[in-house]
Ligand binder design. Structure first.
Ligand SMILES: NC(=O)c1ccc[n+]([C@@H]2O[C@H](COP(=O)([O-])OP(=O)(O)OC[C@H]3O[C@@H](n4cnc5c(N)ncnc54)[C@H](O)[C@@H]3O)[C@@H](O)[C@H]2O)c1
Length: 264
């Protein structure tokens, strides 16, 4: 069993949803928490909930803001101690039909869902390597392993999986672990949150009820928080939250191997 005592975690998108589920699971183990999010009222509510359980600091941080990331990291380490657990989890679920794609939409989707992860890695990895101690968990998605028609989302999430797998290889033996969280549906408000914060890539109203119902069929954020920490304890490369993508993954693997076999 990992000894979590004295650890400090930096969780992006930590004010709500999966990030908050992870934060709660960490708090139960006495881990100090730096919660970063763009949503200040939600951050305050989370801090109020968790500060009775563990030490908590909050940062109003947009993961696209590199200077803000560095400043939050400095402050968190000064206030709480060295950050040895990084959860690059903040994200949105951007949508566009192919006919309505634009550079602005691509830039937004990739900046939040991919560059946000890069910024977290670039902020904390050098510190972790220097101390030869750390664990990074990047939140991708099942949609980062099997394609679906959500083009903007799939592009970023496949990249987060690739980044995480490659980073894991690069830091092997240097005291830093890397995992990638690939959730199936999880019961969060991500659809409504994205529609509110980035209406230009929000899911069209007509599709909202079906997608939200699909997400409600998944585990709670608290269940996911525990799954994530179990995955960290086990040193897993990929952390899953259910079986939903297994048949799609099997199909993809079979199709890839078929293509390989039929290559000249
Ligand atoms: N809910 C699901 O079914 C599901 C499935 C697969 C993957 N995911 C991924 O899990 C992660 C968390 O999603 P969630 O479902 O908990 O959503 P959520 O909307 O409940 O929480 C996401 C949090 O990230 C914050 N955030 C958004 N953009 C940000 C930015 N630029 N900088 C800082 N914070 C920002 C939001 O304010 C919010 O508090 C995302 O990366 C998402 O893609 C979710």
């Amino acid at each position: 069993m990992r000894d979590w005592t004295g650890s400090v975690a930096f969780v992006t998108g930590g004010a709500r949803g999966i990030g908050l589920g992870i934060a709660r699971a960490l708090a139960r183990r006495g881990v100090g928490l730096a919660l970063a999010d763009v949503d200040e009222p939600a951050l305050h509510a989370s801090a109020e909930e968790l500060s009775g359980v563990t030490a908590v600091r909050t940062y109003r941080l947009d993961v696209r803001d590199r200077d803000g990331f560095a400043a939050a990291a400095d402050d968190a380490e000064e206030e709480l101690g060295p950050v040895d657990l990084l959860f690059n989890n903040a994200g949105i679920v951007p949508h566009s039909t192919v006919d309505e794609l634009s550079y602005a939409k691509w830039d937004l989707a990739l900046a939040v869902n991919l560059t946000g992860v890069v910024n977290g890695v670039q902020t904390f990895l050098p510190r972790m390597l220097e101390r030869r101690a750390g664990c990074i968990v990047n939140t991708a998605s099942g949609a980062g392993l099997v394609s679906d028609p959500s083009l903007l989302y799939a592009t970023a999430k496949f990249a987060v999986v690739g980044l995480s797998e490659s980073l894991r290889l690069n830091v092997a033996g240097r005291g830093v672990d890397v995992s990638v969280l690939c959730p199936g549906p999880v019961d969060t408000g991500i659809v409504a949150n994205t529609r509110r914060s980035h209406a230009e890539v929000g899911l069209s109203e007509e599709y909202v009820p079906a997608v939200e119902e699909f997400l409600r069929g998944g585990p709670s954020v608290d269940e996911v928080g525990e799954m994530v920490l179990a995955g960290v304890e086990a040193g897993q490369t990929w952390i899953f939250t259910g079986d939903e993508i297994r048949p799609h993954l099997e199909k993809r693997a079979a199709a890839l191997l078929d293509a390989f076999r039929s290559a000249p």
